[in-house]
Design a protein around this ligand. Structure first.
Ligand SMILES: Nc1ncnc2c1ncn2[C@@H]1O[C@H](COP(=O)(O)OP(=O)(O)OP(=O)(O)O)[C@@H](O)[C@H]1O
Ligand SMILES: [Mg+2]
Length: 242
């Protein structure tokens, strides 16, 4: 579903990604972790064309992301992206946040978009909040709305960039629960997260990045079990202390 081959990227003379290569099959859940500044967000943004890259190739369901002929907005509409900050439109009701792109980008009729929005709100346990504004919801609830909004577009894959790291501890689980459910339904997911409990539970593979490189790309049990690179061990020992 997602193929990343020898991808390198520079910001001016600073190389942020160096020859990153990995494949993500349909239905696979990949957790991407690594120290701050290692290029995790950059890599995930390259996957749906939010950031350009100068070398290598990324294929998304058979379409080349870096190809100048590719219609990026069309491609992006098929990939759900959930960031650390929910980025809901504050002046729009929850249900309108959910229907906007369905109507504008997919051309759905407003009734159909509304039905779909309500169905997905129900799925994340927030149907009762459809008529509220984002500011009336907690951070965890807003992040669940952001996930529902992405799902409204019938995505072929979902990309997450630290979706729980801006949340209060008691709200993290409600968001992770939604992600666990998505994973169990067979959604293809690439998740930047340091929630190692989530990784242990649902990831098929863990990618560990350091200084712009994919240092480890291992089956979950290997990553957590067998000896791994010193850098990954050090990183894990640090985050598991907390
Ligand atoms: N727009 C930019 N211009 C120049 N350098 C950038 C830009 N965006 C990111 N960088 C640099 O690229 C490197 C990788 O950044 P990135 O955000 O991908 O890291 P990350 O692994 O997601 O880190 P974090 O865990 O803190 O989110 C960092 O050194 C960062 O300073
Ligand atoms: Mg980041």
């Amino acid at each position: 579903m997602i193929s990343i081959r020898q991808v390198s990227k520079w910001y001016g003379s600073f190389q942020v990604l160096t020859e990153c290569t990995t494949e993500i099959q349909k239905g696979e859940v990949i957790v991407v972790c690594g120290p701050s500044g290692s290029g995790k967000s950059t890599l995930i943004k390259c996957v749906n064309g939010l950031e350009p890259f100068q070398a290598g190739e990324i294929m998304l369901d058979g379409t080349s992301v870096g190809d100048a002929k590719t219609n990026l907005s069309k491609l992006r509409a098929r990939v759900g992206m959930v960031f650390q900050h929910f980025e809901l439109f504050p002046h729009m009701r929850i249900i309108d946040n959910l229907t906007l792109a369905q109507i504008r980008v997919l051309g759905r009729a407003s009734e159909e978009a509304r039905d779909k929005g309500l169905k997905l709100l129900e799925r994340v346990g927030l149907k009762a909040h459809a008529e509220k504004f984002p500011g009336e919801l907690s951070g965890g609830q807003q992040q669940r709305v952001a996930i529902a909004r992405a799902l409204c577009m019938d995505p072929i894959a979902m990309l997450f960039d630290e979706p729980t790291s801006a949340l209060d501890p008691e709200m993290i689980n409600e968001v992770l629960d939604v992600m666990v459910e998505l994973a169990s339904e067979g959604m293809t997911m690439m998740c930047v997260t340091h929630e190692m409990g989530f990784a242990r539970k649902v990831a098929h593979r863990v990618i560990f990045m350091d200084q712009g490189r994919i240092v480890e790309d291992a089956a979950k049990d290997d990553f957590f079990g067998k000896p791994r690179s010193e850098r990954a061990q050090l990183f894990l020992s640090k985050i598991l202390q907390h």
